[in-house]
Every structure is written in C-alpha cells, then in structure tokens.
Design a protein around this ligand. Sequence first.
Ligand code: ATP
Ligand code: ZN
Ligand code: MG
Length: 499
Amino acid sequence: MEFSLQAELVLSKAPKGIKLDDFVKSLGDILKKGAPDGKGAEIKDWKVSGDRIKLTITSGTYVRPHDAVFRIKNHLSRELGREHKLGVREVKGKRYEIKFGLEHKPKGEIKVPFAKSIGIKGKDCTIILENLDEEFLQKNYVDRIVNLVREKVEQQHYEGKQEHWELIWQSKELKHAWKEDPSRAMEDRDWIKHRGRGQWIFGPQAASIMRAMEQIVVDELLKPLKFDEMIVPKAVTWDVWQRSGHAKSLYPEIYYICPPETRDPEFWEDVIDLYKITGEVQTKLIKEKIKEPIGGVCYAQCPPFWPYLQGKTVSDDSLPVKVFDRSGTSMRYESGGIHGIERVDEFHRIELIWVGYPDEVKKIHIEIVERYKKIFNDIMEFEWRMAWVTPWFMAQEGMVGVAEEKEVGTIDFEAYLPYKGSRKDSEWLEFQNASNNGDKYPKGFSVKGQKGELRSGCTGIGLERWLAVFIAQKGIEPDNWPKQFKKRLGKLPEGIGFL
Ligand code: ATP
Ligand code: ZN
Ligand code: MG
C-alpha cells in the first residue's frame, strides 16, 4: 500500500521566526515509531504559507499519514507551544491518495462515499480523497474506505452465487398425503386469511396447530434441556443493531419505527380534522410529523436479548445461560415473491439463545440437534434434511470444514414440499436453523465469563414454516395426521362458519 497526504496544519498565528527545517529534523524517529526498521511515514516536502504549515506525508502500510499528521501536530504543539505561544488550531487533509492491490479485478464500477475518484487498473486501485476534516482523519475513516472498496470488489465476484451448502443429514423418503399448496388449501377452508403484505390471520384451527407445535418444543426441547423463558423487546433500537452487526446491512429488510414529533394534540389537529372530513388517513402529512426512525421491528430475537447481559461478567454458577423468547412477532420486508405463509413479513418464531464457554456452547448445539431429530422423525414425521451453510465469502476463505469441526456457522433445517415438484429439482423450505455464533455477540455486547471468553449460539423455530411443511406433507385431514402429533393436538376446533 502507498499513502500520500497533502495536509495543512492551521496555526493560531503565523509562525514567524521559526525554522521549519529545524522543526522537521526535531521530529527524529517520531514517524517511525511502531513500524519495522526503515519503515514508517516520511515528510516529503513542507512550507509555511501565512498561518499554515503545508506538508506532504507519505507512507507504506505502517504509520499511515492520517496517523502521522497527528504525531506531527502533537510534537509541534509541545515544541512550539511553550516557546512561541503557538498552537495548532486545526488539521486539514487537502488531498489524500491511497494506492493498494486488490484480490480480484473488479467486474464493474465501484462507488464509495467520500471518494473523489476511484481509479482501477487491473488489480491496482487508487483512491483520491479531498478536503478532509480532522474528524475524518482521526477516526480512521480512511482504513474503512479501503476495506469497503475491497469488500465491494469481492461482492461483485460472489453476487448471485448461493451460499456454500453441504448436506449433513437426511431423513428417510416418505409417502406424502398430497401435492397441494398448503396456504391455498388452508385459505380455501378459512383456516387462515391473507391481510395485506405478507401478513395473515390464523383462525382457530391453524392457531391450535401452531400452539400444539409450540407445546412440543416446550415439552421435548425447552424443558428437558432446561431453557428458561424470557420476554425481550420487539422494538429494536439502533444501538442494539450496531452491537449485533446488523446495522451493517439490514436496511432493505427493516420495518422502521418512527415516534411522533410531539404528542401535543394541536400539532396533530390537521391530520385529525382532514380524516374526519375526507375519511382518508393523511399518510403524506403524517410522514412530515414523525421523527427519524429510532430503529425497527424485531428481525431476529437474539439481538434485543443481549442488552440484558451487556457489559457484565456472567457468574460461573449461571453458565451456560439457556433462554428462549416467544413473546411476539418478528417483521421483515421480504422481496416481491412472498408466497403464502412460507415467506411472510410478520411471523411467529421461538428463538433459543445459549451462552457459555466454547465447549459448552458446542455441546448444547449438538444436544439441540439431537432433540430436533426426535421431534421431526418421531412426532411430526417430516421428510427433512440438515445442511451446513456457509456464506460464500467465508467458503472462499477456506472456512468450510468437516461437520464435526464446525465452529461458527449455521445448520439449515429444510423440508420437502411435494407441491413444488420432485425432491431433486424443487426448492426445499428452510423451516428453522441452528447457529454457532462464535464470539460475535459476547464481543459485540462486551460480555465475559469469570474464566474467560464466552461464545454463543441460537436457533429460530419458525411456526409458519412448520405449519406450511406439516400441511404440505400430511394434508388437511386430521385423520391422516401422525399419531404422536394428534395426541398432543387433541381435537381441532370447529372454527367459524360463514354463510
Ligand atoms: P430465508 O432464507 O428463507 O429467507 P433466512 O435465512 O432469512 O430464511 P434466518 O434469518 O435464518 O432465515 O431466520 C431463522 C428462521 O426464522 C428461519 O429458519 C425461519 O423459520 C424463520 N423466518 C425467517 N424469515 C421468515 C419469513 N419471512 N417468514 C417466515 N419465517 C421466517
Ligand atoms: Zn439468533
Ligand atoms: Mg431471509
């Protein structure tokens, strides 16, 4: 990497009678400190112009100019401050040129904020930045811009590619009741009713099936493995997603939450009056009267759980922590092709979270998978499979190992939907997942154990997805449903009749 920064130090007054050459000499090894021998930053040229010192600072990877310039500032303040009553008011970056090599040749244009230009020749990249303020230089924006360019180039290479998918377990092939679309079948019978974008009302029959499924999870998984229930917020504020990492990417899928500008009824009078006269909700006007979003509706339940542990050292007596939440819906702004209850914008999920030392966390993940096997094979009698999925970029970095060694990553649980086509060619439905999240959450929320670092895992049980799989494979006739499930379900409610 090569860096070249044209910087200006704005002084409190013109530095009369000061020999700049002597000052630069007096810097000695300050710009080499922390770098290997012979490396570090260098001042290429310097001059005084009015109340400013103009410098060009260059470096390789070590002691980058945006760091070096503050070493110079501090030294200058120390050396000249006392003697000449001179202070440095401000540091400015007039022009910053950064050259570095890329892993791959970009496939298209790369744009990032702040960059005046990004020039690319083969795998060589040159970024030009102009008119940078002190905050920009001090807060290391430069390194983040370089990383963002690298990330975007890599993204161009894996765009469209599926995550790395590796089958790790598969159930027996079963004979299924029918090949109907479960959502249509339930809609026809008024078990469920569509309500606008990706939202459904579950009638008494569908609700009782989902509650029976939930009870199975309680009896067969949560109680035996001693998970305790918690209730976590469903309005998630930015600070939570900043710590969980979701703030890096979640924006296209968020349902945003905006409080009113004020709760003063007078402020809302026109909205109220216009509605009373026209019968139309004044959405444009409302948009002008609400604050910026404070966050969004729960996307996954683990992020809003973590502030409970934030900044704490968890007592060894309480480890491993095993908790779950089922206290409300999650919402995601899903892409166009939302279909039936398989992909909805508002969904019901039980999420389990466990936290402990690395071995414990791995062991719990394995125990949970064993419990799931029992539930899906013996009670639900699903035809299903498990796959280890790794995001494409991780797969590229060689982070795909054999099943037993897997430290961080996700198992997707997928079920065959007969109405979608053959087992081989159709897309199976992910109805839940189980993840080893490594140190991501304990790090992000600054959580420690008495004996050292903690790890965590989570598993999300999507009740709409379970219901879809169940009706798709078992049909709508309770007489044909698996015995063990029927025993737990009891009698299906009659539902509400319509004329
Ligand atoms: P998909 O690939 O189907 O979009 P995902 O990878 O986004 O799923 P996760 O973020 O892993 O899903 O969420 C965990 C679980 O939450 C899923 O296995 C599923 O049970 C449930 N879930 C996620 N999104 C939806 C949705 N839009 N509708 C219903 N359930 C969902
Ligand atoms: Zn989670
Ligand atoms: Mg998704």
